[in-house]
Structure formats: C-alpha cells, structure tokens
Design a protein around this ligand. Structure first.
Ligand code: DC
Length: 209
C-alpha cells in the first residue's frame, strides 16, 4: 500500500490478543506497526526510577522504547497508573497521530486508538476475551520469561488494570461505535488473525469501490 494513508486501529484490554493480531496484520498487509502500550510502559519505567511522569512523557526517546524491562508486571501496573494522567496522554498524542497517518499505512494497538488517536481510521477492531482466559495467557507469558508470579496474582492485577483503564476520565478503554468486536476467548491465534484480516480486506475492498 505504497503512498497510501490507511490506518488499522486495534483496541482492547490487556492480554486480549490485540498485539499478536496487530503484528500479524502489519506483516500481511505491509503496514508499519506501533504498540502504543510501550509508550506508557516506557514512561512508567522512567517514573519508577523517580522521574516525574509528565516530564518523562515529554522527553521520551527511541532508546526508552527499546528497554528490555518494559514487559514486566511492575512496569505494566505503573503504566496503567501514569496512563490516567491527562498531561501524560497529551504529551504522547502527536507522535501517535503522525504514526497513524504516515504514508504506506499503519496499524496501532492500544486502548484509545479508534476513539481518540485516530477516529478517522479506516479499520477499527475491538479485541476482547474473558478475564480468566486473558490472565492465563499473561501468566504463561510471564512464566516463559522467568517471572515468578501466581495465577491468582496475575488475575487480580489484570482485573484492577481493566477497571482503572475503563474508569479513568481521560480516554477510557471503550469500543469505538464503528469498531468490529472480536472475542478471542474461544479462538486460536490463527482463527483470530484470519477474522481480523478478513475485516481489513473487506474495508480495503470498500475503499476501492
Ligand atoms: O497494552 P499494555 O498492557 O502494554 O498497556 C500498558 C498500559 O498502558 C495499560 O494498562 C493502559 C495504558 N495504555 C493506554 O492507556 N492507552 C494506550 N493506547 C495503550 C496503553
């Protein structure tokens, strides 16, 4: 899709499968991909080191996004907290908007892509799954990376994060009215990716017509 501006916005709660779907769509359709959760995680990592979160968001660099510790539970928890600060969100807005409308097309995954960052996105998906299933996925992921954490702890943490992300007044987690809802609770990764890709293809077809 060279020269074309085309945005796929993928939102949903933690461990819903949105990141996996976003990466697969980027590869299949040749789109640039931005995991916007990483921006908040990078701010959180700097905040955990003592920096003011708003200053951290304003001074974020490429190197911050490459830190190896961004996927930990502690950083994820803090990310959900700093993400509720309106000035943190405001500092990250322009970068995400520019990325979304770059030439050649982009897929962004997060919580507010279809509602706030890019309401004009040509394709919107809201990916969900039951919380117990999401906690199981996250638990396996953390254990595979060697983090010692119990399933109960992961589930409690995920529920707390869901509640905070959905209840905050600044860009709360909610589906855009024109988003396709995709529940991955009972879907394999392949089936979820196929469903999402089918939706993108249908929208591209509409754009051509
Ligand atoms: O997707 P994730 O778990 O990496 O995101 C970490 C936190 O960042 C999440 O709890 C909420 C916040 N976030 C957000 O508020 N808006 C986004 N677009 C992406 C993430």
């Amino acid at each position: 899709m060279k020269g074309r501006i085309f945005t796929v916005a993928i939102d949903g709660p933690a461990a819903s499968g949105k990141g996996t779907i976003a990466r697969a769509l980027a590869e299949r359709f040749g789109l640039a991909h931005l995991d916007t959760g990483l921006l908040y995680r990078a701010v959180a990592a700097r905040a955990l080191a003592g920096e003011d979160p708003v200053t951290a968001a304003e001074r974020l660099t490429e190197a911050d996004l490459a830190r190896p510790d961004l996927r930990s539970e502690a950083v994820g928890r803090r990310a959900s907290e700093v993400a509720a600060i309106p000035a943190v969100r405001a500092a990250l807005l322009d970068f995400q908007r520019r990325f979304a409308r770059r030439e050649g097309g982009a897929v962004l995954d997060g919580r507010d892509i279809g509602t706030v960052i890019c309401p004009e996105a040509e394709v919107k998906l809201f990916v969900t799954a039951e919380d117990v299933i999401r906690a199981r996925r996250r638990h396996e992921e953390l254990r595979a990376r060697g983090e010692e954490v119990s399933f109960e702890e992961v589930l409690a943490d995920l529920r707390a994060r869901d509640a905070r992300d959905a209840a905050r007044s600044a860009a709360p987690l909610r589906p855009a009215p024109d988003a396709l809802l995709l529940d991955t609770s009972k879907l394999s990764i392949e089936a979820a990716v196929e469903a999402a890709a089918g939706h993108v293809e249908a929208k591209i077809g509409q754009g051509r017509g």
